[in-house]
Design a protein around this ligand. Structure first.
Ligand code: PLP
Length: 399
């Protein structure tokens, strides 16, 4: 019986491989940083790392490590409980209050990951009488969260506000009780920033709530790194975010919003109710990371300077980039196999990048997504630009 299932899976895997879409993992043997070591045939070799979400370079920060260790000494290793049974520490509340204060919201609620935050935020708030409008390039976790919710779903073209307006009018015609507009703050594959001024205006016009997933914005955009809406001097109604990127890169996610929203999630959100509480060390580490990120104007300036420098270097070499100002820099190669080959060649040249292709990005839009980090040095960026140029010439991407 089961043999036929295994046979089918093997055939599907072979076809993924044939299409050049197979993803392989490389074991790293060092902390996450601007330079990492990767295990190759038993030895470990150094690489310039251009693909971590370690924007502020906090992933190996000594103060965060010390805070995590100290927390473990005080509170032990794990909670062995969901939050509402016996899994809530004073420290969980301290972090939730800290996130809320940072984002200027009433309250915040922690999840095991932002994937869970997005997976659990819609269903408790909305029913079949409501409507959700979602940007076509939203993260997979938002798409899944919306699937789990009975609200009527609408999709609008990526960051196209005329389309959003038309879809809003269509949704409003059905007289929904509540409308939520959901968008990534920064689109993770393109590095483009959501048009918050128009999203805010349209949300207000249609009495909708604006939900912004700030996973690639928290700590990076806006005053003190308060995120995408703050970057425009505006407010979102609900912010979802991660502790797994700029805020130390550990793990965990959150929703920050008005009190009735957070209270409802605490009562009804399934990934919150039915999954283990965040371990103490992650909470202690995240409290320190939040403090460092808030005060990290110098890190944000380094990140911006790196992004400008690297964009300029690659553009001048002749590469086609998606324009923008964010630390995400997509180098367009179109074909999946080329993106794979390019990433492999850069790897041989000591630069760690990842090729992105279908299903992570649309077919025919394969790319190398470079991500800047404050942990990188200008010397490392120069080495990387040289390697891109060499690989680009060898593979006929540039002349
Ligand atoms: C990374 C990411 C997530 C998931 O975050 P995790 O905390 O790793 O689960 C969700 N949304 C967006 C836009 C992301 O980039």
């Amino acid at each position: 019986m089961s043999e036929s299932t295994y046979r089918r899976l093997r055939a599907e895997l072979a076809s993924i491989e044939n299409d050049g879409l197979y993803k392989r993992e490389r074991p790293i043997t060092s902390p996450q940083s601007g330079e990492i070591r990767v295990a190759i045939n038993g030895a470990s070799q150094p690489f310039v790392n251009l693909c971590a979400n370690n924007y502020l370079g906090l992933a190996d920060h000594p103060d965060i490590i010390a805070a995590a260790k100290a927390t473990m000494d005080t509170y032990g290793y794990g909670m062995a409980s969901v939050r509402f049974i016996c899994g809530t520490l004073d420290l969980h509340r301290k972090l939730e209050r800290g996130i809320a204060d940072f984002l200027e919201m009433d309250d915040a609620i922690l999840y095991a990951a932002a994937f869970d935050a997005n997976g659990g935020v819609f269903e408790p708030l909305l029913t079949a009488e409501d409507a959700i409008l979602s940007d076509s390039l939203n993260h997979a976790s938002i798409i899944d969260g919306i699937r789990l919710c009975k609200a009527k779903r609408y999709r609008f073209a990526n960051n196209k506000m005329a389309d959003l307006e038309a879809v809003l009018a269509e949704a409003a015609a059905a007289s929904p009780r509540s409308i939520v507009i959901a968008t990534d703050g920064v689109f993770s594959m393109d590095g483009t920033i959501a048009n918050i001024p128009d999203l805010r205006r349209l949300a207000d016009e249609f009495d909708a709530l604006l939900l912004v997933d700030d996973c690639h914005s928290t700590g990076i955009l806006g005053p003190q790194g308060r995120g995408t809406a703050a970057h425009f001097g505006l407010r979102a109604d609900i912010i979802t975010g991660t502790l797994g990127k700029s805020l130390g890169g550990g793990a965990g996610g959150f929703v920050a919003a008005a009190q009735p929203v957070i209270d409802t999630l605490r009562q009804r959100s399934r990934p919150y109710l039915f999954s283990n509480a965040l371990p103490p060390m992650l909470v202690g580490g995240a409290i320190k990371a939040l403090e460092l990120a808030r005060a990290g104007d110098d890190l944000r300036e380094t990140l911006r300077r790196h992004a400008r420098y690297f964009r300029k270097g690659l553009s001048e070499a002749g590469f086609r980039l998606i324009d923008g100002e964010h630390a995400i820099i997509p180098v367009m190669l179109d074909e999946a196999q080329l993106a794979q080959d390019f990433a492999n060649r850069l790897y041989e040249l000591g630069v760690y990048v990842t090729g992105f292709f279908y299903p992570v990005v649309p077919r025919g839009q394969a790319r190398i997504r470079v991500q800047m980090s404050a942990a990188l040095s200008t010397g490392q960026l120069d080495r990387a630009i040289d390697a891109f140029t060499q690989a680009g010439r060898e593979l006929g991407v540039i002349t």
